[in-house]
Ligand binder design. Sequence first.
Ligand SMILES: [Zn+2]
Ligand SMILES: [Zn+2]
Length: 81
Amino acid sequence: MSMCPLCNGMSSIESQCSSCQGQMVDQGRLLDYFDDYSAYLDIEGMKLFDGIENDQRDHQCPHVFYCSNCQKEDTVLIQEV
Ligand SMILES: [Zn+2]
Ligand SMILES: [Zn+2]
């Protein structure tokens, strides 16, 4: 069984902002991040919403990263281990 190292607090991953090269901070799982919307969308709807179809099959956990420099948000697929 695979686990996302970020969700389980086993490691932290830093992502570099593509706009300012600054450090982006993990904001948590994409599905948790969009929790406000999940009341209106079922899990299949969420898949369509985030545009990532293979994250379950490929054992990747989509996380939202945020750059405080330019308020840019990015989705990073974290490889589960
Ligand atoms: Zn995760
Ligand atoms: Zn930035």
